[in-house]
Design a protein around this ligand. Structure first.
Ligand code: BG6
Length: 519
């Protein structure tokens, strides 16, 4: 186990954590491991309890065995000691609950009081709904009607995406939740906001003399955000076919990253000030006013049969639980503009897709070139400076600058300077879910999405969805699984005199790496 600096570790306030959907995949892959890591690091003290809730019957022992198995498989810390394990596991209990029956919630309240007394918890309650969104409303009402919100401590509701299907359904959902919880009690998860390097965007931007003065349309030529995945829809065909990349990735993760790149500096590092600036950036996005504007700026793709590393891959329409005539997009790319003084005229190119050649999330900031100067008057092909933020799975930053080619007169070539965070020995970066659960338990809401951000993002993507619905699938372009998406994506940038920069360390051959180089 990595040694923890105790001075940096502040344990979250004691609370009972209610995991709705405790027998599901998210709990198994992310939530149990996150709780264990927090415990290992002293961010959860002994005054906590976890109540696993799902319909199916399970004993506490069975539940604890499930938790153990999940931690052994997915946690970055290992269970080393039986005695310590028993102590941790004793905080976990299970209750079978029919979420439509308020009596079960009354019983849950009785159980909660026992747990408060047993572990010295001051009545704080954190409800984590790893459930389908249509259940958020009914569960909230039953929490209220079953007396679960009447204890002396705080109540917090943590919910997973998707938050609605479009603006209208999101509004309805929000109206339901706000009958029970105040906005400041609702923690909407976007797990991208829990990623180390997404959080680092703020720090990079606002604490470096290098960047902030250049962070505008005078110096930045374009911004490229890529979120590519190699996986297909796996066993989630049923959900994905109704959602598509636009709702699954763009409305949330891509819009959040874009707003962090584009936002103005907040006046204070207070959650509301930061989120005010993010929502202002989202409001400044130029809306697509017509089907023609969507057609000219947005690419909608779907993978067909293809291959990766010599292995054949099935097409999307052949995937389980997918409509064989589906027009759902598994790929999305767009050119968008943030219409404010800082960004006027700077295109933001965003792309995301499944069954692409690499799994990576990267932000590339391409700077404008220096004017031709005396020394380089005969050269018009200087490479632009780039700042690349590597979010996932590699974490780091590199900048590309021009330097003299060693040993040769007057030859300039791009070199890269790199900070590879994930290469550092001893860094065991916390998972997004660890940060987010810890933040929710501390009442720190910066990296959760506020309702007005969600609504703004929906109103932007709804126009695209409307245009696609109207064209009846005519705009859909197929791309072979394992390729970089429809060819038109390259043309989108070429029209503006740009191209996609290589991602995932596919640095060009002529680059000299000053430190280490791409891994
Ligand atoms: C989820 C989407 O929100 O993010 C998935 O529903 C996607 O479709 C996943 O695969 C990607 O997250 P990450 O952290 O693996 O990049």
């Amino acid at each position: 186990m990595t040694e923890v600096n105790k001075h940096e570790t502040i344990a979250a306030e004691g609370a009972v954590y209610y995991l709705f959907g405790a027998t599901g995949d998210l709990a198994r892959r992310k939530l149990f491991p996150a709780l264990f890591s927090l415990y290992k690091e002293g961010k959860l003290a002994e005054d906590f309890a976890v109540v696993g809730l799902a319909r199916r019957p399970r004993t506490n022992e069975q539940f604890r065995a499930d938790v153990h198995e999940s931690i052994a498989e997915f946690c970055r810390y290992k269970v080393e000691d039986a005695e310590k394990w028993e102590r941790f596991a004793s905080h976990f209990v299970y209750m079978s609950l029919d979420i439509n029956n308020v009596d079960g919630f009354r019983e849950l309240d009785r159980l909660s009081k026992e747990l408060d007394a047993q572990f010295g918890i001051p009545g704080n309650r954190l409800f984590y709904l790893a459930l389908a969104p249509e259940l958020f409303g009914p569960v909230s009402f039953n929490l209220r009607d079953g007396g679960m919100l009447d204890s002396h401590g705080w109540n917090r509701l943590v919910i997973e995406k998707p938050f609605g299907y479009d603006l209208e359904s999101a509004r309805k959902l929000n109206a339901q939740l706000s009958q029970v919880f105040k906005e400041e009690e609702i923690y909407r998860i976007d797990h991208y906001l829990g990623k180390e390097m997404v959080q680092n965007i703020e720090v990079l931007r606002f604490s470096n003399a290098f960047f902030e003065p250049l962070w505008n349309n005078k110096h930045i030529a374009n911004v490229q955000i890529t979120l590519s995945e190699t996986v297909g829809v796996e066993e989630r065909g049923g959900y994905y076919d109704k959602s598509g990349a636009l709702r699954d990735m763009v409305q949330n993760h891509m819009m959040q990253m874009l707003s962090m790149i584009a936002m103005e500096p907040p006046s204070r590092l207070h959650p509301e000030d930061i989120r005010d600036e993010k929502v202002k950036a989202l409001r400044s996005l130029r809306p697509f006013e017509s089907g023609e504007a969507v057609a000219a700026n947005v690419i909608r793709g779907q993978y067909s049969e293809g291959e990766s590393k010599g292995k054949p891959l099935t097409g999307y329409r052949q995937e389980d639980s997918v409509n064989p005539q589906s027009a759902t997009e598994t790929y999305f790319a767009a050119r968008v503009f943030v219409d404010n003084f800082r960004w006027a005229g700077v295109p933001f190119y965003i792309r995301t897709g499944k069954r692409l050649p690499v799994k990576t999330t990267e932000v590339v900031i391409e700077f404008k070139n220096v004017p031709d100067n005396i020394l380089f008057a005969n050269r018009h092909d200087l490479a632009p400076n780039l700042l690349v933020i590597r979010v996932n799975p590699m974490e780091g930053i590199y900048i590309k600058i021009n330097a003299k080619k060693p040993g040769v007169d007057n030859v300039v070539q791009p070199v890269s300077m790199e900070f590879c965070q994930s290469c550092q020995v001893g860094i065991n970066t916390p998972e997004a879910y660890e940060r987010l659960i810890y933040d929710a338990a501390r009442g720190e809401s910066t990296y959760f999405t506020r309702w007005d951000e969600v609504a703004q993002a929906w109103s932007f993507v709804d126009r695209i969805a409307d245009a696609w619905r109207e064209d009846g699938g005519a705009s859909l372009q197929l791309y072979p699984a394992g390729s970089w998406g429809p060819e038109r994506t390259d043309k989108l940038l070429a029209q503006d005199g740009f191209h996609w920069w290589p991602v995932n360390g596919q640095a060009e051959d002529n680059v000299i790496w000053i430190s280490g180089g791409p891994k």
